[in-house]
Write a protein that binds this ligand. Structure first.
Ligand code: FAD
Length: 473
């Protein structure tokens, strides 16, 4: 006789794996479960209840910190639920399982002129994970977050019920952004954007300081489709904030050939000889303060002379997913990894707060090796990270020796963010303290009330939720 399905799944030592955040600084052992259907998710929930363990949903595991890991818990890897339920090439509406990735979405849509409405700097997040965090793109100032462009989701709660939620539903606005802690998103209906071609026209401008950075964004905010700027975090004093600004527009003049996948795929070799998969090995010896100061300076100096204040054309894939150009680049940070620290500051405070963050980092001799600036618009998601202003994402190398200083630095920077009315982003968080959650205001209590209603036994959990005491028991 067949056992009831819930009893077939067991917690075996063979399923124990080490899971890590993308930054590799946060790691934890957990039990891997990879469902292929919603019944499979229900089995995993039943298993958690039977064994007294907790469960964390996981997409591609690309959140930088500890949002999709859970020490000694069940890791519900949804990557195998990656089928399209439907795809309409006339309307650009896709219905997807939660493990469908942004890459699958663009490969499916682009040949017919459809592009994902919001993409992150990498094409590999799953839609479930991307909605868990409510990701933004370089077009956040124009179109909002991914959640703003999704019509409908199915939410599976730990009691086994599935609810269909739409844009206007308050629960939709809570689940999207709540880092998987209210339930599991099992179906997503997303509207892709019609694009005139597979290319963008990109304007580049070398930038001398913080005020010039913000001016460059404000000047083009009405017209640009995408904007992003690189910041050299070694620039000091009057040169603090120097960098390279890019604005991009969908290219109406490019031919339809540009829509073909083969014309979008990033080349497998750099300079036609070096396999991209090996590039991180060349970066590793430079991945220290001296090497990175040099690389940042070289990039800034060349930005003044090459292509400055000019337009060039680029494929949407190359423009959107620059970081995917060098696979495994994060391995240059091995063995101890790195963290990304991204904070969102209201427009009027942004230049001052970012300058202070960089000054504090330089004083601590902990300069970020990479800085990226974006413009945002506010939204009404429960754990929204966006503001009417700017975000600065900073990559910090982690070592055994620097960790306590780095944590102290982040805490000082957090205080600046809170004092300025700024916000944090759970996808990029490794160092927030429970008290820092006051940036959420009354929404924190709304989240906690929903948690008690939908998941009273706190089956859904993560190392991040524990660190932040997100749901006090
Ligand atoms: C190189 C790089 C560039 C990036 N650029 C950007 C960027 O430009 N903009 C941006 O906003 N983010 C960016 N990110 C962050 C990334 O987009 C988010 O962390 C995203 O959530 C990762 O998706 P994932 O599938 O890996 O989710 P995971 O990291 O695995 O999970 C994210 C959260 O969602 C929860 N979750 C996962 N699946 C589900 C589900 N089906 N239902 C409910 N909850 C679920 C998890 O528990 C977790 O809390 C970047 C990350 C990297 C590595």
């Amino acid at each position: 006789m067949d056992l009831p399905k819930a009893q077939r799944l067991v917690l075996s030592p063979d399923s124990i794996r080490e899971f890590e955040g993308f930054g590799m600084a946060a790691r934890a052992d957990g039990y891997l479960v990879q469902p292929t259907t919603t019944e499979g998710i229900n089995e995993a929930i039943a298993l958690a209840k039977q064994t007294g363990r907790h469960l964390v949903p996981r997409g591609s595991g690309l959140s930088y910190g500890d949002a999709s890991i859970l020490a000694e818990g069940i890791v519900l890897d949804l990557g195998k639920m990656n089928r399209f339920i439907s795809w309409d090439r006339e309307t650009g509406i896709a219905e997807c399982e939660p493990g469908v990735t942004i890459e699958q979405l663009w490969r499916t849509g682009l040949p017919n002129g459809w592009w994902p409405p919001v993409v992150s700097g990498t094409m590999f997040p799953t839609l479930g994970g991307a909605l868990g965090m409510n990701i933004h793109g370089k077009n956040n100032f124009q179109v909002g977050t991914l959640g703003d462009n999704v019509d409908e989701i199915d939410l599976l709660t730990v009691d086994g019920q599935i609810q269909t939620l739409q844009q206007g539903d308050p629960l939709f606005r809570a689940v999207v952004s709540s880092a998987g802690m209210l339930g599991i998103i099992t179906r997503i209906k997303v509207r892709l954007k019609k694009v005139p071609s597979g290319n963008v026209k990109v304007y580049a401008e070398s930038i001398p300081n913080w005020q010039a950075q913000l001016d460059a964004f404000e000047k083009r905010a009405e017209l640009a489709d995408y904007m992003v700027s690189w910041v050299d975090c070694f620039g000091k004093g009057a040169a603090s904030g120097r960098g390279l600004f890019h604005a991009a527009w969908y290219d109406k003049d490019a031919d339809s050939e540009s829509l073909l996948e083969m014309n979008q795929d990033l080349p497998p070799k750099v300079f036609g000889i070096l396999p991209k998969s090996q590039v991180w090995r060349f970066l590793k010896p430079l991945n220290n303060r001296i090497g990175m100061r040099f690389l940042n300076l070289a990039k800034h100096t060349s930005s003044k002379f090459i292509g400055n204040r000019r337009m060039h054309k680029q494929g949407l894939v190359a423009f959107s997913f620059l970081l995917d150009y060098v696979p495994d680049w994060r391995k240059a940070y091995l063995p101890t990894g790195f963290i990304q620290y991204q904070t969102f500051i209201p427009k009027t405070e942004a230049a001052r707060v970012f300058a202070q963050q960089i000054r504090l980092s330089q004083e601590a001799k902990l300069e970020p090796f990479l800085g990226v600036l974006k413009k945002h618009r506010p939204d009404s998601f429960l754990l929204s990270h966006a503001v009417d202003g700017y975000s600065l994402a900073l990559d910090y190398k982690v070592t055994e020796r620097n960790w306590s200083n780095l944590e102290a630095l982040c805490h000082r920077m957090n205080d600046l963010v809170r004092a300025s009315g700024g916000r944090f982003y759970l996808a990029k968080d490794s160092t927030l303290r429970p008290d820092d959650l006051d940036y959420l205001g009354p929404n924190l209590q709304v989240l906690r009330d929903l948690k008690n209603q939908l998941d009273p036994e706190h089956i859904l959990d993560s190392d991040q939720a524990r660190r932040l005491n997100l749901f006090p028991r």
